[in-house]
Structures are given as C-alpha cells and as structure tokens.
Design a protein around this ligand. Structure first.
Ligand code: AMP
Length: 218
C-alpha cells in the first residue's frame, strides 16, 4: 500500500506517521526530515533547502522531486510507502503519479488530516523537537524533559526555526495557497480520505484506521 499523508503544518502528520508505519509495515519518506538531515550534515542540498525552510516557504519543486525520486529508487523503498510532507504541490503530485506508474505502482490513499485553522498556530509555536530523531513535544500538552535531552536518543530538544511565529504563519499561508488544492485533486481521483485531527494522537490514530478500512469515500 502506498499512502500519502496530507494536512497543514501542525496537524500531527509526524506523530501519525510513526503509528501508521508500524501498523501497515510501511517505509516513511518525510521530505522535511530529509532536508533537515541534509542541513545538519552541511550538504549543498541542505544549505539550499534551508534558505526556503527558515522562511516557511516551499523548497522549489524540481529540487524536491529530485530528492524524493532518489529516495524512492533505493532498494528499501520498493514495497509500501508512507509519504509525509510530499507531495505539497499539484506539480509534485503529477510527478509522483508518473514515477509510480513507470514502476506499475500507484497511490492507494491520500489521508487528509483536517483541523481548524485556529488550533494550528498554538500547535506549531509550542512544538519542540529532537534535533536528532525528530521526536516531538508540546510546551502545553506534552512538555519536554526539563534538561531538554531526548529520552529516545539523547539528542538536543529545540524549537525548529520554522516553528517561530513569522515562519509558522507563512507556512500556513503557503499550505492554503499551494498544498490544500491537492485535497480536491486526490478527491477527484477517488483517493481522498478525510480524518478530523483535533483529538488526541490515539483518537486520530483510531479515526485513520477506520477511514482506511472502510470502503472508498464518495
Ligand atoms: P515539514 O517538516 O514537513 O513541516 O517541512 C518543513 C519544511 O521543509 C517546509 O516548510 C518546506 O520548506 C520544506 N518541505 C518539506 N516538504 C516539502 C515539499 N514536498 N515541497 C517543498 N518543500 C518542502
């Protein structure tokens, strides 16, 4: 099964990715993580991507598609994908469709995590993340340990610079303008499943399971 996880920044895509990967035995490919890992390693790709990411803008389509294709060409990516944060534009979705069709594959479902806009800024600006493994906390809802050391991997817990007020608000605008139209694009193909994502991670996980197991939504 190839799954796309769509939703605004702060909807909980990363949290649900962890559960979905386990349940359906998928490989997660998260473009944000790939860009951050490249930046941390000081690669030219990472440095280029950072210029856009720190302002809350999308990395240009061609660069993004190139890194995703590179990742999907690797041997461990041949069976069952969970794409988190990709595609984010109709161009990317079209390129993905062509790429998969060449391998006689397709997207099976696009899961939209739907959440009222007003909850998102609180979620984003209160979010804290592990610099090494990407695990997330929230200052109000799930506070990180006082010493800001990740209990999973020992990495440093920090606030992503694109979770600050200005970049976070830009990311929401960019989502509405460039990524939200993808929901209709996948709906027209009969692939969209919409799940309300304002509940606890467990509630959302359950709603996703029910949505994936029900017959296709009209
Ligand atoms: P995320 O971790 O998914 O919130 O992504 C962080 C940032 O990485 C985004 O705000 C973009 O700057 C960049 N990014 C991630 N995925 C994509 C994509 N599919 N297309 C363009 N830029 C992306």
């Amino acid at each position: 099964m190839n799954l796309i996880l769509l939703g605004p920044p702060g909807a909980g895509k990363g949290t649900q990715t962890a559960a979905l990967v386990k349940r359906y035995n998928l490989l997660s490919v998260c473009t944000g993580d790939i860009f951050r890992a490249n930046f941390n390693a000081g690669t030219p790709l990472g440095l280029e991507a950072k210029q856009y990411m720190s302002q809350g803008l999308l990395v240009p389509d061609e660069l993004t598609v190139r890194i995703v294709v590179d990742r999907l060409n690797q041997p461990d990516a041949q069976n069952g994908l969970l794409l988190d944060g990709f595609p984010r534009t109709v161009y990317q979705a079209e390129e993905l469709e062509k790429y998969l069709a060449n391998k006689a594959q397709k997207v099976d479902h696009c899961l939209l995590l739907d959440i009222p806009q007003k909850e998102l800024m609180v979620r984003l600006t209160g979010r804290r993340s592990c610099r090494s493994c990407g695990r997330v906390w929230h200052l109000n809802f799930a506070p990180p340990p006082a010493d800001l050391t990740c209990p999973t991997c020992g990495g440093q817990i920090y606030q992503r610079d694109d979770d600050g007020e200005v970049a976070a608000s830009n990311r929401l605008k960019v989502y509405l303008a460039q990524t939200q139209p993808l929901a209709q694009w996948y709906k027209d193909k009969g692939l969209l499943k919409t799940v309300l994502a304002s509940g606890s991670p467990e509630e959302v996980e359950k709603a996703i399971r029910l949505a994936l197991e029900e017959k296709d939504q009209k």
